[in-house]
Design a protein around this ligand. Structure first.
Ligand code: OGA
Ligand code: NI
Length: 207
């Protein structure tokens, strides 16, 4: 006798399994991100737990799928941007596609099996008064294989006020950014389509 499962039964198993995997992955990615933030905080001379609470209250798992493209010169997977958040833990899978802009050129970030890419987001750059730099990156397509990546974004809460921390403004420096609520940054980020210069502009202070 052949047992043919009812579609909705199959669907509910895969749905629950998916929920479980996403929940487990998210909990572990958050733990890893908070550990990295704690080390960054120590390196910057900020107190323990500095990035806890509202600065890292929210998170988002975004799964990107890039189908093979017959002519990769015609399109990008994701255009140039820096991540708008605090810190990103990116799992690239095994297919190449990520590039980072350094010293005027795009450099490929080859995937390492079981390794994550950690991106400093705009908010870390702002809080550190430009001591940490958010990395400009993009994803290219390829003509052979599909590529699926999982980006885990650690974000401040919407109403969290972001500003350069006073202890990170050197005596010969002034704050490079005005205080703002994170939701204000996100609004401007989407209207400037992630353009790395335009999305910082409204928050910059010029000495
Ligand atoms: C992103 C991103 C790159 C990739 O989601 O912000 O930069 O390789 N993704 O999918
Ligand atoms: Ni990104």
């Amino acid at each position: 006798m052949v047992f043919i499962p009812h579609f909705s039964y199959l669907h509910s198993i895969s749905y629950n399994l998916c929920r479980e995997i996403v929940a487990t992955y998210s909990i572990e990615a958050k733990k890893l991100g908070l550990r990295i933030l704690e080390l960054l905080s120590e390196g910057l001379g900020l107190g323990s737990g500095f990035f806890g609470d509202k600065l890292s209250e929210s998170s988002l798992l975004s799964v990107n799928h890039y189908p093979p493209c017959p002519d990769p010169s015609l399109t990008l997977g994701v255009s140039r941007h820096c991540d708008p958040n605090l810190l990103t833990i990116l799992h690239q899978g095994d297919a190449y596609g990520l590039q980072v802009f350094k010293d005027g050129e795009w450099i490929g970030v080859e995937p390492l099996h079981n390794a994550f890419v950690v991106n400093i987001g705009h908010q870390l750059q702002i809080i550190s008064n430009n001591k940490l730099k958010s990395a400009e990156h993009r994803a290219v397509t390829n003509s052979r294989v599909a590529r699926t990546t999982a980006a885990f974004f650690i974000n401040p809460s919407d109403d969290c006020v972001i500003e350069p921390d006073k202890s990170l403004i050197d005596t010969n420096e002034s704050p490079a950014y005005r205080p703002f609520q994170f939701k204000e940054f996100l609004l401007n980020y989407s209207s400037s389509m992630g353009n790395p210069e335009k999305c910082l502009e409204p928050f910059e202070l010029h000495a």
